[in-house]
Design a protein around this ligand. Structure first.
Ligand code: CO
Length: 497
């Protein structure tokens, strides 16, 4: 006889398979799709997500969950059942019609944003964004009424389950208190350490060959994943078929290369989730703070270390160096280039010292939007004021490099941004724990040996899937909850010595 629990596993496998289709369609939309096909694609993807939401809302699932609770389950099955229960509750807040409407509205806004951003066209963007915000507010209110969480927490919980904004506040307040003076000290310190950029042009094929050689060394599994080009880099697909993207600039190869290293961290996590649980909630990645923790472990903790530059420089030269300007291609110069700290307009280009301010600014604005303290029309002004306050830069009339720079809001995601900085903190705590456990880690990076590092991450983080909340995971692996101390110590070590 099939037990209720087994029936639930079958239903979740179906949901996972439909999600697989959605992920590959979304990847294709960003990588291959001709622009004129956008509207039809938005409709077909929205239809698929509405259907998935219908499958997830089947009342039979709730009955099966209740039955399964009294069945004889082992510890992992119990954990999986708990996650199914949580998922069922989250899936039943929004009607299928609302899911379809939201998906259509978000995709319409996001597709228009790609063009409007390049035109610096705030006015046309504003009305599309207003439609998106109306639905975000509606969703937050419905979720909040269902769970009793605050408006912001009800969205944050979708991206990092279990984490609350009171925990975020504690960390962000420490960063606001300590980072400005540290940043000034670093900027002062770096004035005596100038660097030059290697001069291009660098052919795309050569850059790609370099990227592939590096991510191959870092353990990316090409048998279950690929690397392509998109307007905005991301790591998508599913654990069985990971789709990473990057973008290449002919003049500068350094950012694209580090972008690839970043996405490889996301990809290794996905590719190393527990195989036997892959179609179940327990086998999924935990949340975006843990996810970003893996990408920033690869990019910031390893990738921008002087040990990594030592490993990567000969490969950079092999693929891209055409002679001349030896100084720019020295280890010292390349390290300075990759560790340069300077405030800028663009979040995705920010160094790890100024990055948290880009996140804090967005976090504060999102909260005020949800609390209806500000409206979409106020965004450029509020953005400009906060940029001046936190980074000393004005974005007046510069919408493209200000409020319109990120894909998150046009695509309907609020409550997501904090996970980037929490990810930086996760990464610093994990690297510090790894270095304590295996002091030889830095010399391994220098030699391009990533096998033991991957093994440690797999044992301690990746193989657990969704079993532990980010706080439980941090406590278990590093002996401490999420906190800014290790991150700040890392910044001081790297940038002031
Ligand atoms: Co990332």
């Amino acid at each position: 006889m099939t037990t209720a629990y087994q029936k639930l596993e079958d239903i979740n496998k179906r949901i996972h398979n439909f999600g697989h289709l959605g992920a590959i369609l979304s990847w294709d939309e960003a990588v291959n799709m001709p622009p004129g096909s956008g509207e039809a694609r938005a409709e077909s993807i929205s239809e698929l997500y509405a259907y998935i939401s219908e499958v997830k809302q089947n009342p039979e699932i709730k009955e099966l969950i209740e039955k399964a609770k009294s069945e004889d389950l082992d510890e992992l099955q119990k954990a999986n059942l708990d996650l199914m229960d949580e998922g069922w509750k989250k899936s039943n807040v929004l009607s299928t019609d609302f899911v379809r409407r939201k998906s259509m509205t978000n995709m319409k806004c996001e597709q228009a944003w790609r063009r409007l951003r390049s035109e610096n066209n705030w006015n046309e963007f504003k009305s599309l964004m207003e439609e998106v915000v109306t639905l975000i507010r509606e969703e937050a209110e419905m979720r909040s009424a269902d769970t009793g969480l605050g408006l912001y927490d009800s969205l944050l919980d979708l991206y990092e389950p279990g984490l609350r904004s009171s925990e975020v506040d504690e960390i962000f307040n420490q960063l606001i208190a300590e980072l400005p003076s540290l940043r000034d000290e670093i900027t002062e310190f770096q004035q005596s350490r100038p660097f030059t950029k290697p001069e291009g042009p660098f052919a795309t094929e050569d850059q790609k060959a370099l990227g592939l050689e590096i991510i191959n060394a870092m353990g990316f599994d090409f048998n279950r994943g690929r690397l392509d080009v998109s307007h905005h880099p991301f790591c998508g697909g599913v654990p069985e078929d990971v789709r990473m993207t990057t973008r290449y600039s002919k003049e500068d190869f350094t950012e694209s290369l580090m972008g690839i290293v970043h996405e490889t961290g996301h990809a290794r996590y996905e590719q190393s989730l527990p195989r036997t649980w892959i179609s179940q909630p327990l086998g999924q990645s935990r949340g975006m703070a843990v996810h970003e923790g893996q990408s920033l472990f690869f990019e910031m903790q390893m990738g921008r270390s002087k040990e990594f530059i030592q490993f990567a420089l000969p490969l950079m030269k092999k693929h891209l160096y055409k002679g001349g300007n030896e100084e720019a291609w020295s280890e010292e110069n390349m390290t300075r280039l990759y560790q340069h700290v300077t405030p800028g307009y663009i979040r995705v280009d920010a160094d790890e010292v100024t990055y948290p301010f880009h996140v804090i600014l967005r976090y504060e604005i999102e909260r005020d939007i949800l609390d209806r303290k500000i409206e979409v029309k106020d965004l450029p002004e509020v953005w400009d004021a906060k940029m001046q306050e936190y980074l000393g830069l004005s974005t007046k009339d510069n919408y493209a490099n200000g409020v319109m720079q990120d894909v998150h809001w046009p695509s309907g995601a609020m409550g997501y941004f904090p996970t980037y900085t929490l990810g930086a903190i996760v990464a610093s705590q994990l690297f510090s724990a790894l270095e304590t456990a295996r002091p030889e880690v830095r010399s391994e990076i220098t030699k391009g040996e990533f096998g033991n590092i991957n093994k440690w991450l797999e044992e301690n983080v990746w193989s657990h899937g969704s079993r532990y909340s980010v706080q439980e995971l941090m406590q278990k692996v590093t002996g401490k909850k999420l906190n800014a101390d290790t991150f700040i110590k890392h910044l001081k070590n790297r940038y002031l010595s």
